[in-house]
Ligand binder design. Structure first.
Ligand SMILES: Cc1cn([C@H]2C[C@H](O)[C@@H](COP(=O)(O)OP(=O)(O)OP(=O)(O)O)O2)c(=O)[nH]c1=O
Length: 192
């Protein structure tokens, strides 16, 4: 039976990354309330969130559901999406000139089986000066992103180096996802 991938995510980045590797998918809404997860260990938290976002999404025979979550972890603190300019500023000030981790958890399930995994990438920031920080937090870039920056957008200017998969930072470790989806009989579609 042909398998059909269902993405349970409203993140435009996750949609773009599946398109980039030619994996067809359709979207299905998930409405999990992320504030219900109070776990303080970043890896456990990201896995609980990925799992909860996918576990109750309705599934039919032949369907494979993918859900995901991204958090930034810095010195024992977890940075999710900032709710205000002040929060965005505090996160970026904390991470300035230092190394933090970005973790993306992914949950893939069919009617027969499921897999849950996390990829981690280290990101080092340059020292961020007050002038750059002041105008950056007034742009839209920080506000729909864990840790208050987008490595794929304006936030790239703060990144000195990374160690790990770039796409983990962007919200979906796409090469690992392609590997794992093969176990669910889903592969990139060859182009003509
Ligand atoms: C650090 C970083 C995060 N992000 C994004 C990826 C995720 O979309 C977002 C973290 O929020 P998430 O809660 O992981 O995901 P989401 O709310 O965007 O989508 P959904 O729950 O429906 O799947 O931060 C970037 O786009 N670039 C970056 O550099």
């Amino acid at each position: 039976m042909t398998k059909q991938l269902i993405l349970a995510s409203s993140s435009p980045r996750r949609q773009e990354l599946l398109q980039q590797v030619h994996i067809p998918f359709s979207l299905r809404k998930q409405n999990f309330d992320e504030s219900l997860i109070t776990e303080t260990d970043p890896r456990k938290k990201v896995e609980q969130l990925a799992w909860n976002k996918g576990k109750d999404v309705p599934i039919e025979d032949g369907e494979v559901i993918l859900s995901s979550d991204t958090v930034v972890s810095y010195q024992g603190q977890i940075f999710e999406k900032p709710n205000s300019e002040e929060e965005a500023r505090a996160m970026m000030e904390a991470m300035s000139g230092d190394v933090h981790e970005v973790m993306t958890g992914v949950y893939i399930r069919s009617k027969e089986k499921a897999v849950l995994f996390t990829e981690t990438t280290e990101v080092e920031f340059w020292d961020i000066n007050e002038e750059d920080l002041g105008w950056y937090v007034k742009t839209q870039d920080p506000y729909d992103k864990a840790g208050a920056y987008g490595i794929q957008s304006l936030g790239a200017m703060f990144v000195k180096r990374i160690n790990g998969d770039y796409y983990t930072v962007m919200g979906l470790p796409i090469s690992r996802v392609v590997q794992e989806l093969k176990e669910f009989s889903i592969s990139p579609v060859p182009t003509k």
